[in-house]
Design a protein around this ligand. Sequence first.
Ligand SMILES: *Cc1c(COP(=O)(O)O)cnc(C)c1O
Length: 483
Amino acid sequence: MTSKPSPFAGPLEIALRSALSHLGGLDHQPTAASATLSQLRARLAKPLNDSGISPEVVITDLVRDVQGGLLGSAGGRFFAWAIGGSVPAALAADWLTSAWDQNAALFACGPSAAIAEEVAGEWLKDLLGLPTSASFAFVSGCQMAHVCCLAAARHALLLERGWNVERQGLCGAPPLRILASNRHGSVERAVRLLGLGEGNVLDLDLDRNERVTASVLRTALETAPGTATVVLLQAGDLNTGAFDDYREVIPIAKGHGAWVHVDGAFGLWAGASPHFRNLLDGVADADSWATDGHKWLNVPYDSGYAFIARPAVHRAAMSHRAPYLVHDQDARDQIDWNPEWSRRARGFGTYAAIRQLGRAGIADMIDRCCGHAATIVEGIGQLPGTEVLWRPQINQGLVRFLDPRAGATDADHDRFTGAVIQSVLEDSDVFFAGTTWRGRRAMRVSVLNWQTSDRDADTAIAAIGRCLTAQQAKVATSPGTSF
Ligand SMILES: *Cc1c(COP(=O)(O)O)cnc(C)c1O
């Protein structure tokens, strides 16, 4: 009797070949998309088929149709936003996560998934220098880590005021405010999802180093004292990578009964490097921390982590019991800590990334990214007609390109900066994105990929130089204000 060929073999083999070809091409393929919106729609928006199609054909078509619409974000020449790639073991574990298809809601539904997560959670606290007694949740990203942490904060702060938010909801609840330094938009989104209201997120002024000062925080806390308050601090601002002074401000917040939450989407990873750890001095005294695996740890997407200093509070905000669920007394059921019910066994990717790199490998990856960010910003700063707005303290810097015409205004420099970024994207050797910082347009230099090399940093400087020179020449010969 001959055994039947596996129906999975064909599509998975095509997927493996295509993935290797994509990853192998990252070093020399364009980093930007070349296909347009309408081209991608024309290719992908096929009529909904009535009958089935062989999986080999489906996957072959998919690989063909997405061509030109994939950014080079998995590779080393991508410096926009805060992206990061995937280390090989994490990518392979992520594939297996899909193949194993465990429902990582409960130990009973996926015993190995629960234990891999349990182990990786302990490793993460160790690497990041967080309290070993903290609880954790593996969520889809830093935004959902905010949701998880702020749900715990909401529970604790309102319970202290005699209100059980899980039972009573928010109608008629005591007011709750969030005092925040610089923040990523995911904070507002988390606040909205929790029904806390964006309008209750209040800005704290920052000093010239982008930090909340003791006096600003004290004044804010002393306005309406006794109000349930979350103080939201930064570990790695999205533009500058700036860190708050935790030693100074956390005790003030705590002294006023506030819950301190730290957004460390990528910056918390500075804690994994002996060279940068000092930037996080005192951060372990916060109440909750949110970070990502899919950014600086280089795990594939769908990987964020929430940590909460008081496990009982975390559990009270998340856990659920139903008669048909099977709970193991000794095991860690993810449903007690996570906002989702059915979920991907996302702990495997993190587990594999940490084992592949080890403590030293992670520290080295952090250090190398910071080194490349410094090299790129320095290199760009030496080109004529550039201004360095922020020298990297970790892996984030800001530069600006100056309109060369006599009498050019800030608005001209803004436009010129935008034009240079656009031409870098068209050049496509490297990928950068813009931002507005302190009212001025700038280009962000953001390095998080384990593959970025010295050569990639040189390529980036050369590409910027080439595009800048071309734009300068174009503006010099253009009479009007637009270019
Ligand atoms: C990316 C980022 C977030 C949001 O993280 P997601 O993983 O995209 O949800 C939050 N804060 C900062 C500082 C970030 O850079």
